[in-house]
Design a protein around this ligand. Structure first.
Ligand code: PXL
Length: 276
């Protein structure tokens, strides 16, 4: 695959802001986003929304950061440093979603925003209050350049059970009608196929992205990595379809390089980029 252009040593790279939760196990969330940005040559800014108490087996607990503190983190980096794209991950509560939406109204005009609507961990532990689904749909989706749910999140957000290409397209239409410029329905959890197909829709045209399915039990952080890599490509001025194609190829390489960790699920990894 082709990687993103690198800034010359000593010059300021492009900046991507991640608005997401911390994973103490280092696999997903802010940690995955920072790694993705680093290995793609982009400087990561971060507004932490929650601190999870988590290892490879599951999320034991989490503590939310107050919405005004999340907003303050966004404001200070926008005012001083500036950014070319942003992504959201775990937002945990309506309070935080509303604060992020308000900050984005105040500081984000014209900047691409990727919303990964994280609802639960891969172990099924909830990472978002149920009442917050309404805030996501009403407050944040209309501000998003792109929303990137997996099939579990699609069911919660638009009430469609995706079982085949037809229902995947229906879900893309339903999600797009909630206001984002583009909707991406990730098909990675659709069983029974040797490939993984994501469907992207902008209200007019459908784009399909098909990659070989990588058989690994270690895919913690895959969704975060896809959204972060998409934001990095958007920061470079890629179109949304080109950014998604880039990110899908990147996450496929990261799945191939995933490794076991602890007693549960290991993370996807971009460390292949560090090999000589
Ligand atoms: O992969 C989704 C995700 C995002 N953010 C945090 C997480 C997880 C999954 O466990 O813990 C903090």
């Amino acid at each position: 695959m082709n990687y993103l252009p690198l800034a010359p040593i000593g010059s300021t790279p492009l900046r991507v802001l991640t608005i997401a939760g911390s994973d103490s196990g280092g696999g997903a969330g802010v940690q995955a986003d920072l790694r993705t940005c680093n290995l793609l040559g982009v400087h990561a800014l971060c507004a932490v929304t929650a601190v999870t108490v988590q290892n490879s087996v599951g999320v034991k607990d989490f503590h939310k950061v107050p919405g005004d503190v999340v907003a303050a983190q966004i404001e200070v980096v926008c005012d001083d440093i500036g950014l070319q794209a942003a992504k959201t991950g775990m937002l945990a509560s309506s309070d935080i979603i509303e604060a992020v939406a308000q900050s984005w109204h105040d500081h984000g005009a014209g900047i691409p925003l990727v919303v990964d609507p994280v609802c639960a961990s891969m172990h099924g532990d909830s990472l978002l209050d149920h009442a917050a689904l309404d805030s996501l749909r009403a407050e944040l989706f209309p501000l998003a350049t792109l929303v990137t749910p997996n099939l579990h999140e699609v069911r919660l957000l638009v009430g469609i059970d995706v079982v085949d290409a037809t229902t995947q397209a229906d879900a893309a239409r339903a999600l797009h009608s909630l206001g984002p410029q583009w909707a991406l329905i990730k098909g990675g959890h659709l069983q029974g196929s040797a490939s993984s197909t994501d469907v992207l829709f902008d209200g007019n045209d459908f784009h399909e992205f098909e990659t070989p399915r990588v058989d690994t039990g270690h895919d913690h952080g895959a969704g975060d990595t896809l959204a972060a890599a998409t934001a990095c490509a958007l920061a470079h001025g890629y179109t949304v379809p080109d950014a998604v194609a880039f990110a899908k190829a990147w996450v496929t390489e990261c799945l191939r390089a995933a490794y076991p960790l602890g007693h549960g699920h290991g993370p996807v990894s971009a460390m292949f980029r560090l090999q000589p």
